[in-house]
Design a protein around this ligand. Structure first.
Ligand code: DAH
Length: 363
């Protein structure tokens, strides 16, 4: 009787010493795992001993059961502690073996390019932002009222024929169209904001055209400034600064040529200096001229259509084609290729995200 009371803890002590030594000498996680299974797993040694408890007398079962539970917990804690030591050692080992050479060149990034249109829009927005312009937006599907009528282009006006318009199914007083220009954003802005106004509106525009220099969808950027004392000198300075910065040519000649737009009076077309010698187009002070954009002082009728008093306020507006700017700056010969979705083209003319020439960062 006395033997059966004292024996259980003796054999458990021996087992504890044996298991603890095995845990302490487990060389790696795999060995430790095997040990865990052989001691605590379904058919492990401690688990097997647990199974024998049922055959013992009640008093003895209680004591031995408690002792077995203590042993089980102690071994589990020892295994976890050893696991932590092994993981830390493995990490230390990796750190000492592997090294990072921060002087190596970056791996070439082969996927993804910024489309030249997105790049050009970013550059335009950045440059006008430095002149205090905010970006305004309007819908691509526009009412004829905003696209033409409010811009002083009544339905009988010949200027409507110049813009080969896509008409949408419509039922109201004014037909819906795919906007032929970004100029309707002028109207929307003037109706929503009070002067002073200083916005640019880059976006998609649509005309029923297709050849080397026209695609049915293309991009324009509109500019609008309305204030009490804005005059043509401001318009000239604003565009001169923008064009010289955009093309990165400090002495790029700029010429304002009288022209006609229904929504401005007076109106002008702006040319930049170039050379066409030998059939090659080069921008700069070479004596020849290239038309680049349209502009003028906002027509009083347009101001009135937006509830702005032309006796108190005046301002200027301009509009230009983004593809044209991109083609000239980046030497892209055919406008249609912008929208062919040809990856070889994009790899050639596209921009890397971290390699963007940002005109705002120019010294
Ligand atoms: N909307 C004109 C076009 O598509 C461009 C333009 C010219 C916009 C003169 C203007 C402007 O705001 O003042 O041809």
């Amino acid at each position: 009787m006395s033997q059966s009371v004292s024996a259980p803890s003796d054999d458990l002590d021996t087992l504890k010493i044996e298991l603890a030594a095995a845990v302490a000498s487990a060389a790696d996680s795999a060995a430790l795992d095997a040990l865990r299974v052989s001691a605590l797993g379904k058919k492990g040694r401690i688990t097997d001993l647990m199974k024998t408890l049922g055959a013992l007398p009640a008093e003895e079962r209680k004591m031995r059961g408690a002792a077995l539970n203590v042993l089980k917990d102690e071994i589990a804690v020892a295994i976890d502690a050893r696991q932590k030591i092994l993981s830390a050692a493995a990490l230390q080992d990796r750190l000492s073996r592997e090294s990072l050479d921060v002087t190596l060149p970056a791996r070439p990034q082969n996927e993804g390019r910024i489309h030249p249109i997105s790049q050009t829009i970013d550059e335009i927005v950045t440059l006008f932002a430095s002149q205090g312009f905010a970006v305004a937006k309007g819908p691509d599907i526009e009412s004829e009222y905003y696209n033409f009528e409010a811009l002083n282009i009544p339905s009988s006006h010949p200027a409507r024929d110049m813009q080969a318009t896509f008409f949408m199914p419509s039922s109201g007083e004014y037909k819906m169209v795919l906007r032929t220009q970004t100029s309707p954003v002028q109207i929307r802005t003037m109706r929503e904001q009070k002067p002073p106004i200083r916005i640019i509106a880059p976006g998609r525009t649509y005309r029923c055209d297709y050849d080397m220099t026209h695609t049915p969808m293309f991009h324009q950027v509109e500019g609008l400034v309305i204030d009490e004392a804005t005059h043509m000198g401001h318009l000239k300075g604003c565009l001169l600064d923008f064009l010289r910065e955009f093309f990165g040519i400090d002495d790029l000649p700029i010429r304002f040529r009288p022209s006609y737009f229904p929504f401005t009076e007076p109106s002008a077309e702006v040319d930049i200096g170039c050379s066409r010698k030998g059939g090659e187009l080069k921008l700069g002070n070479f004596g020849d001229w290239l038309e680049i954009l349209g502009c003028g002082m906002v027509h009083p009728n347009v101001l009135k259509n937006c509830g702005i008093d032309p006796e108190k306020y005046q301002g200027f507006a301009f509009g230009m084609g983004i593809e044209r700017l991109a083609m000239l700056k980046y030497g892209i010969p055919d406008l249609r290729t912008f929208f062919d979705a040809d990856l070889r083209w994009l790899k050639h003319y596209g921009f890397m995200p971290l390699d963007i020439p940002n005109p705002a960062l120019k010294a």
